[in-house]
Design a protein around this ligand. Structure first.
Ligand code: GCU
Length: 677
């Protein structure tokens, strides 16, 4: 490889391709590579690779001949028949991307004096070297006669699927990731040797990354690469395999990835290039390590004396500097201005109700030994996509009752041991990465259903995954795609992240509650713990139909001030949960003072409705002091608006980050005061 590169580098300002195509000017350090593949080469070469090379001063011209799912046999038949069936994507020396439809292998080979040609085999067949033939041999010969003599031929090692992948072809490997990876190592090693092909060890890089803190967060759907991490990892692998230069330390910064994940991808790629045919355990210091709930002290501040000096923005000053002098001005001008800022800079905008949404009763009947009426409703918001809501109504209710509406973390079945709660349907659950059915009642301690019903309230809950599964999949599943325009496959920087999508889901459930005979939709409190507390606040801030908001230990991105940089910070939360916020929010990592707001103003958006904020003493990750200060900042706005202090409630209890019965008893008292009249 080095030799061949040297040849490219030392050479020629002019060169002549083997088929006699006209001579072209070539920059001495330009590397021209062409992949003949499918969506797996799209993941590898169409994102980041050009930029990684540029950061090291190299110029690349990248071509990719793509047919979705294409295998070597079909590539050969297309070559033999000279079929114009490819999408030829080309990234020029200047980084400009062009797509040519209906391209042929023959003309694409003649399009540039390629330095490297990379073949790719479809993943289901990739573990069996015998299935490569005779197609690969034929393609090799075919390409040799049409490319410059120096053109090096390589092959990309495919990667194994996620262990829980639903890919049909996984059956070939007995649905075992380990087996698939082993087959891909043996198979590609044999093929490479037989044809003297260079190898791009993408499969091993992917496998290395699975044995780090990043675990399975490398694919987006079980087999295609994750849009940020996985694609960057492949590009790093290709870069090092092509240039034989370590990618570790490369300075290009891919979008949406934080330093640790960038460094991790580089090291996994580098290890794969050094040891292509087996796993390397990359020893990587993970500042985001959540195991056991311990955050590495080196990376976070939990020392109150180290809170930096900061100045909070004044909630009662408009962005243009004018003071807010009347409650009317707050409601008419300042509140909408702040809401707009929170939507565009932090959480991302959400649509309203979607046309054609419909609901059906999935189940209904007495429950909890006669104390409750249980109703389970499916709200369909797209083909085959629905939110299943679980409603418990007090059995003795004489009319519509006020309700608590909050999402649950692990499925409706975890809310109570009640055997009547529906499990998600297997296919649906799989698509959302819920592989093992959660145990009934597993989170029942967070939902004291009998207390709630006993005090005359309904409980309404649904699972986060029904709206957007809580992992960083590149916004391909759940409700995320609902907002996409033609050709769009990722939210714009001011369009929703997951918290915003969840809050949207809460509003859609409220739409339904407006017609439910058992619930009084004008008396519904939005409630949530932790990430779901952030969401409950957002839902109520945005949708004024919510009669109350309750934040249980919502912390960073919820009730805690960002500028204190205590416990979880914007850098951590966007690094660890890149899907939660909108793209615009990333620029505030380590740059909190640039935020045009702080979270006291977020809480103030709930006014004039009742607001409750709760913290736990040992929950330093959520910054209880930051939550209290934000709460007080919001109270100042309630005071300015002439609202009764009783409309704001707060407690801090002993203990850890949790939603407990004790917390609920406070909420029930508070709600009784405000939602029972
Ligand atoms: C993590 C995250 C917090 C979040 C919490 C939760 O700890 O960093 O921001 O509130 O998870 O939702 O449980």
């Amino acid at each position: 490889m080095q030799k061949f590169l040297a040849a490219v580098v030392s050479v020629l300002l002019f060169c002549l391709s083997a088929n006699g195509a006209p001579a072209r000017q070539v920059r001495p350090d330009t590397l021209r590579i062409l992949a003949i593949g499918n969506s797996f080469t799209e993941d590898a070469v169409e994102h980041n690779l050009h930029e990684i090379a540029a950061a090291d001063g190299h110029v690349m011209i990248i071509g990719n001949l793509v047919i979705g799912g294409c295998n070597l046999e079909r590539h050969w038949r297309n070559a033999e028949g000279d079929s114009a069936v490819y999408s030829y994507r080309k990234i020029g020396a200047d980084g400009v991307r062009i797509k040519h439809p209906k391209a042929r292998i023959s003309t694409t080979l003649a399009d540039e004096p390629w330095d490297v040609l990379v073949f790719h085999q479809q993943s289901t067949l990739a573990g069996k070297p015998e299935d490569f033939e005779p197609w690969l041999s034929r393609l090799i010969q075919y390409a040799k006669s049409r490319t410059p003599r120096r053109c090096k031929q390589m092959i990309q090692q495919t990667w194994a699927y996620a262990q829980e992948s639903t890919h049909e072809g996984f059956a070939v490997y007995d649905r075992s990731q380990e087996k698939m990876y082993e087959a891909l190592c043996h198979g590609f090693a044999a093929i490479a040797k037989k044809h003297r092909l260079g190898v791009i060890p993408s499969g091993t890089a992917v496998q290395n990354s699975r044995h780090t803190f990043n675990r399975e967060n490398v694919t987006r759907d079980g087999y295609h690469m994750h849009k940020w991490f996985g694609r960057y990892l492949l590009a790093c692998t290709w870069y090092e395999a092509l240039y034989k230069t370590s990618v570790v330390g490369n300075t290009y910064r891919p979008p949406h990835l934080q330093g640790p994940r960038i460094a991790l991808a580089q090291q996994c790629a580098h290890a794969a290039c050094e040891h292509p045919w087996g796993l390397t355990r990359v020893d990587f210091d993970n500042p985001f390590d959540t195991s056991g709930g311990n955050w590495k002290p080196d990376y976070i501040n939990t020392d109150p004396s180290k809170v930096p000096a900061y100045t909070l923005p004044d909630a009662l000053t408009m962005q243009d500097g004018r003071p807010v002098t009347t409650p009317e001005q707050w409601y008419r001008q300042r509140r909408p201005e702040l809401l707009e800022l929170f939507e565009t800079e932090m959480y991302g905008k959400a649509p309203g109700p979607i046309d054609g949404m419909r609901w059906e009763v999935a189940e209904e009947g007495p429950a909890l030994e006669g104390k409750a009426l249980r109703r389970q409703i499916r709200i369909f918001y797209a083909d085959h996509k629905y939110i299943t809501i679980l409603i418990y109504l007090p059995a003795d209710a004489k009319g519509p009752v006020p309700a608590f509406l909050g999402m649950n973390f692990e499925g409706n079945v975890t809310v109570s041991a009640d055997p009547g709660i529906l499990y998600p349907e297997p296919n649906y659950a799989r698509a959302y990465r819920i592989y093992t059915a959660p145990a009934r009642g597993a989170q029942a301690s967070r939902w004291p259903v009998e207390d709630i019903l006993g005090r005359g309230f309904a409980l309404v809950t649904f699972h986060t995954s029904d709206v957007d599964p809580d992992f960083d999949d590149g916004f391909g599943n759940g409700a995320a795609p609902l907002i996409y325009k033609e050709g769009q496959d990722y939210p714009e920087p001011d369009q929703w992240g997951t918290l915003s999508a969840w809050a949207w889901g809460m509003s859609r459930v409220l739409d339904y509650l407006e017609i439910d005979p058992g619930v009084d939709a004008s008396r519904v409190a939005a409630i949530g713990h932790s990430r779901l507390g952030k969401t409950a606040l957002l839902a109520a801030a945005r949708d004024e139909r919510f009669a109350m908001a309750i934040s249980n230990e919502s912390g960073c991105g919820g009730a805690a001030l960002s500028r204190r940089r205590y416990g979880e910070t914007i850098r951590f939360i966007t690094g660890n949960f890149p899907h939660w916020f909108c793209g615009n929010f990333f620029k505030y990592a380590d740059n909190e003072d640039a935020l045009p707001f702080d979270q006291h103003e977020f809480l103030a958006l709930i006014a004039p409705r009742p607001l409750y904020v709760a913290s736990a003493e040992d929950d330093s990750w959520s910054d209880p002091i930051g939550e209290r200060l934000a709460f007080q900042g919001a109270q100042a706005v309630y005071d300015f608006l002439g609202l009764d202090r009783g409309l704001t409630g707060y407690h801090i209890r002993e203990g850890q980050h949790e939603l407990t019965r004790e917390d609920w008893l406070h909420y029930l008292d508070f709600a009784e005061k405000h939602l029972k009249q």
